[in-house]
Design a protein. Structure first.
Length: 277
């Protein structure tokens, strides 16, 4: 898909429909409400809509809006092709420490000065999107979105995501682990399996991942399995046994115990829940 720029007031009919149901996309979204109130539920966690938050929503994440009032802002959408023009370091940072970063809040905090800068970029996006015949239109839109992302990442480094990037060995270990986890969470359920795949000891992997993220690789592995299970329980007409096998559990009774141990409820209870913490 090409990059899509949408003004939130133009999407109100769709957004009102989104208030009534959890849904997901197969593309990435940046969502910034510079005016309005309400909440944005992302993977079963409610986040307040406010002008100082830019939401990041990854492919496959379930989300919905609640009680939106007078929303104004912008939605930016793009697919995997967006990353193909980036150098590897920025590509990995954005894909695994901005998006798909389930160890971090799904939003970036910005101050009022940064908000004004982003509004200027959003205004330029809106001017540009209406004239696709302009010279180098696609490249210009791409660079505007890239600039938007870099600005919120810089703000994140200053505010609520202070440790998303550094040049340490721990950062690179974490990125490599995140890629492996994203590709193999159905096959590998233990730290040892990931350490073997990455050609290092379990001790080294654990130390490096904790050093960078503050969480152990086992916790991140379990979190990934749980959120994928929750998404399937809520969005797919699958039996619990089928979900267990889809996630690589040979024994569905063990999966049920694992889910209960991690969440405090049985998979069947979660499937029927209407409200989440």
């Amino acid at each position: 898909m090409e990059i899509q720029i949408k003004n939130i007031p133009d999407c109100l009919v769709d957004m009102e429909a989104m208030e009534s149901r959890l849904h997901s996309h197969d593309y990435y979204q940046l969502m910034w409400f510079w005016h309005g109130t309400g909440s944005h539920q992302i993977d079963f966690n409610d986040e307040e809509v406010s002008p100082n938050k830019v939401f990041v929503v990854s492919p496959g994440q379930l989300h919905q809006f609640k009680d939106l009032e007078s929303p104004e802002g912008i939605i930016i959408q793009f697919d995997e092709g967006f990353f193909s023009k980036m150098d590897d370091n920025l590509d990995s940072l954005i894909k695994y420490s901005v998006f798909n970063a389930f160890h971090l809040p799904p939003y970036y905090i910005i101050d009022s000065d940064t908000g004004e800068r982003l509004k200027g970029i959003a205004a330029e996006m809106n001017r540009e999107k209406s004239d696709v015949e302009k010279f180098a239109h696609d490249n210009y839109i791409y660079n505007l979105v890239k600039m938007f992302l870099i600005i919120i990442i810089r703000e994140g480094l200053r505010t609520n995501h202070k440790h998303i990037y550094n040049n340490s060995a721990a950062y690179q270990y974490f990125i490599n682990f995140s890629k492996e986890l994203d590709n193999n969470y159905r096959r590998y359920h233990t730290v040892r399996q990931y350490a073997t795949a990455l050609r290092m000891s379990s001790k080294t992997l654990t130390q490096r991942v904790i050093q960078y993220s503050g969480q152990s690789p086992l916790k991140l592995i379990n979190n990934k399995l749980i959120v994928e299970a929750q998404r399937m329980l809520k969005s797919k007409p699958m039996l619990i046994k089928e979900i267990a096998y889809e996630l690589g559990f040979d024994d569905d009774s063990y999966f049920v115990k694992f889910f209960k141990r991690q969440t405090g409820v049985l998979p069947s209870e979660f499937k029927e829940k209407e409200q989440y913490p």
